[in-house]
Design a protein around this ligand. Structure first.
Ligand SMILES: [Zn+2]
Length: 122
């Protein structure tokens, strides 16, 4: 009742993602292994994207942005939905601080004072 490798005919274990005899990658239906890397990337993106609003400010936004992009672009990632949420949160928090920075710039009249005012608000 076992499956056989389409490449070399070797008998395969159930749910094997790769033939142990010849190394042939088998179809995705056989490879039901959870993509832990994708899950971690998506989760980090959501967490840091949210923390990008506060207290991690820009750092959280940037970490969330990078992990979100990697997660969304990884085609084997089953968690692209979560990565997209993280990406959205990261972009949101990043824009939030950029807008605040622009507002402080406009009200302060110079970049030097804008930064003082900006970091005073934190
Ligand atoms: Zn094989």
């Amino acid at each position: 009742m076992g499956n056989f490798c389409s490449n070399c005919g070797n008998e395969l274990r159930e749910n094997a993602g790769v033939c142990l005899s010849c190394g042939q990658l088998l179809n995705a239906a056989n490879a039901k292994k959870t993509n832990n890397k994708g899950k971690a990337l998506a989760t980090v993106s959501v967490v840091f994207g949210s923390l990008g609003f506060y207290p991690l400010i820009f750092v959280g936004s940037i970490v969330g942005l990078i992990t979100g992009i990697i997660g969304v672009c990884d085609s084997s990632n089953q968690y692209t939905g979560r990565s997209k949420i993280g990406l959205g949160l990261s972009i949101g928090s990043f824009c939030f601080w950029i807008i605040l920075l622009i507002i402080s710039f406009l009200s302060a009249g110079s970049m030097r004072f804008a930064f003082y005012r900006f970091f005073d608000q934190l």
